[in-house]
Design a protein around this ligand. Structure first.
Ligand code: PEP
Length: 249
């Protein structure tokens, strides 16, 4: 019922030429793979080259961030219509690196989510606890607050169009993955919070796990009932490893 999504977050890696080469190789390695959405989120300047290379394929393209306004005097920022014009249909919002290094708040994520939906982009909204929060036993409380603040103002139809990514901060880029059972527990909890917000939307929302996803752990993660895909950082930079994750069975 929920189409799996495997999304790659390239962060601040891969120039236009490198991105184009990666996509060409990925297309070859994933030819014939169906029944899932494959998404690549390159740096802004790499978007047009990747979008052009992916034109004839089923690979979707996304931004890694956006401003909530459609245009304006916001130096260094990118708007939803600009992402659309570069071929994007998705956008990552509230990634922990944006929260940690660029002061992104839940209120900002809420405004961006609304703007993304209005701009025909599928928001991939990231939530997750830090190691300190996990050790204090407040993982669920932290995630519930992030979800309520970011998604609380959405209608059922809007919420259905959102993808939530559960990314424990301590597992991002560290090589430490949440165990499939732990990831499932939190993703199931996320679905209960979504149900409290909009009961009819919650069973339809795709929930991804992110945090050191690799070819050798994707299968077990995907076997969990509330995990509908993955948001992949490091392992999405090489076509060979990302293709194995995309193939996950
Ligand atoms: C990410 O950047 O969203 C991520 C999960 O990174 P990594 O897979 O490298 O941990």
């Amino acid at each position: 019922m929920r189409t799996p999504v495997i999304a790659g977050n390239w962060k601040m890696y891969l120039t236009p030429a490198e991105g184009k080469a990666m996509v060409q190789e990925l297309q070859t390695l994933t030819a014939g793979v169906t029944g899932r959405e494959i998404v690549l989120c390159p740096p802004f300047v790499t978007l047009p080259a990747v979008a052009e290379a992916a034109q004839e394929s089923a690979i979707g393209i996304g931004g890694q961030n956006m401003h909530p306004a459609n245009e304006g005097a916001f130096t260094g920022e990118i708007a939803a219509p600009m992402l659309r014009a570069c071929g994007c249909t998705y956008v990552i919002l509230g990634h922990s690196e944006r929260r940690q290094y660029f002061g992104e708040t839940d209120a900002a994520v809420a405004a961006k989510t609304k703007a993304a939906l209005a701009g025909q982009l599928v928001p991939i909204v990231c939530v997750g606890e830090t190691l300190d929060e996990r050790e204090q036993g407040i993982t669920q409380a932290v995630i519930e607050i992030q979800l309520r603040r970011a998604l609380g103002g959405l209608t059922a139809a809007e919420l259905t169009g959102v993808i939530v990514a559960y990314e424990p901060v301590w597992a991002i880029g560290t090589g430490r993955t949440a165990s499939p059972a732990d990831a499932q527990d939190v993703c199931a909890f996320i679905r209960t919070v979504l149900a409290a917000l909009q009961a009819e939307a919650a069973p339809k929302v795709r929930i991804l796990y992110g945090g050191s996803v690799k070819p050798d752990n994707i299968r077990e993660l995907m076997a969990q009932s509330d995990i509908d895909g993955a948001l992949v950082g490091g392992a999405s930079l090489q076509a060979a490893s990302f293709a194995k994750i995309v193939r996950f069975e």
